[in-house]
Design a protein around this ligand. Structure first.
Ligand code: NAD
Ligand code: MG
Length: 390
């Protein structure tokens, strides 16, 4: 049995992961589940999966869970709490494979712990790579961890790259990576309407059902910007080697352009269980419960150049990656604060990009030489962004 720790099991990716695991209970077992504060959902998942460990990031939630588990006759499940609990289940020997699906910077330390302990990491938490790409990739390499992308675009690129790709695009005959984007819910609305859009409108993604933070990121296209940075680290690419392509149908999940003129792509129904199952079973293939793609129903595929006036966050992310050092961590932190304020209705949608841009100008860039530096840049950017909200 392969022991899987699911970090962020109560979220959108977490729930999809448990669905795939349940289809293959002869091969996989959830050894640990983790969540922030949703005790009811965690209790339900514990009943269904019977993990060895359940971790709640919030202390009070962990206490509540422990007592509910005892009442339910599930007192054998060990309940842990806080960042230390997350790190413990990401690195313990019973864990063969870690699904990193916590949202935001909170996912960095447990994902890094999985890398340090040489696990097979299924990476959904793109913010970890954006913040500390160099440190993360170095830990993966030096501890022989296996890093498999779950983000649908990066999983598509991974599937379309040469087998055993070792990080040299030129030597592999790869000319460019084409990163597809749906364009989100505001791809074609009047620009003037963007000032007044609500969190509900921003979270109503045309093709994917996702957590609220990534849904807002998709609406601003910061998500695609974070994905450009993520792709640079995963595939050792320069930002200039990655072209974002708006493809509203979300059927082609990304493409790789080779020097001989071949363009390889991965297609499928927009369902995260495909990249989850792909990363879980790679290099084998397992049933993911996903509907077969019907090309006759799809009928047509459209492509557009992204409009950087409509989507300034995409430009800011390219700039952050070009600047290097702590710039992507600053971008990410400011974005997390701004998106949170937008979701709480204290910031306009169009001000998300301004808060990020002003924070990037205000915080001094540094080379990344340690994790502490990344965490300090993250903290400083958060406090600058919070001050800008006032
Ligand atoms: P979500 O909001 O639905 O779930 C987030 C999970 O993280 C929950 O289990 C929550 O309890 C946990 N969590 C939140 N804050 C935490 C904290 N401070 N400490 C510990 N745990 C915490 O988010 P999601 O949509 O599942 O996305 C998760 C990650 O996967 C994000 O990084 C996102 O960018 C990435 N991703 C998601 C999708 C998707 O389709 N949902 C696709 C690609 C990539
Ligand atoms: Mg994606």
């Amino acid at each position: 049995m392969i022991g899987v720790t699911v970090l962020g099991s109560t979220g959108s990716i977490g729930v999809n992961t448990l669905d795939v695991l349940a289809r293959h209970s002869d091969k996989y077992r959830a050894v640990a589940l983790t969540a922030n504060s949703d005790v009811a959902k965690m209790l339900e998942q514990c009943r269904a999966c019977l993990p060895d460990y359940a971790v709640m990031a919030e202390e009070a939630a962990a206490e509540a869970l422990a007592s509910r588990l005892r009442q339910a006759g599930l007192g054998q499940i060990n309940v842990l709490s806080g960042a230390a609990g997350l790190v413990q289940v990401a690195s313990m020997p019973e864990t063969d494979c870690v699904m990193a699906a916590i949202v935001g910077a909170a996912g960095l330390l447990p994902s890094l712990a999985a890398a340090k302990s040489g696990k097979r990491i299924l990476l959904a938490n793109k913010e970890a790579l954006v913040m500390s790409g160099k440190i993360f990739m170095d830990e993966v390499r030096s501890n022989n961890a296996v890093l498999l992308p779950v983000d649908s675009e990066h999983n598509a690129i991974f599937q379309s790259m040469p087998a055993n790709y070792a990080g040299d695009m030129t030597a592999s005959g790869v000319r460019q990576i084409l990163l597809t984007a749906s364009g989100g819910p505001f791809r074609s609305c009047e620009l003037g309407e963007l000032d007044t859009v609500t969190p509900e409108q921003a979270c109503a993604h045309p093709n994917w059902v996702m957590g609220r933070k990534i849904s807002v990121d998709s609406a601003t296209m910061m998500n695609k910007g974070l994905e450009v940075i993520e792709a640079c680290w995963l595939f050792n690419a320069e930002p200039s080697q990655i072209q974002v392509v708006i493809h509203p149908q979300s059927v082609i999940h990304s493409l790789v352009d080779y020097v001989d003129g071949s363009v390889l792509a991965q297609l499928g129904s927009p369902d995260m269980r495909t990249p989850i199952a792909n990363a879980l079973a790679w290099p084998a293939r397992i049933d993911a419960g996903v509907n077969k793609l019907n090309l006759f129903d799809v009928a047509r595929l459209d492509f557009e150049v992204p409009d950087l006036e409509r989507f300034p966050c995409l430009r800011l992310a390219y700039e952050a990656m070009q600047q290097g050092g702590t710039a992507p961590a600053i971008l990410n932190a400011a974005n997390e604060i701004a998106v949170d304020a937008f979701l709480n209705k204290s910031l306009k949608f169009t001000a998300i990009a301004s808060v990020v841009e002003k924070t990037m100008k205000a915080v001094q860039l540094q080379e990344v030489t340690s994790l502490e530096q990344v965490l300090a840049a993250d903290a400083e950017a958060r406090s600058v962004a919070r001050a800008l909200l006032q």
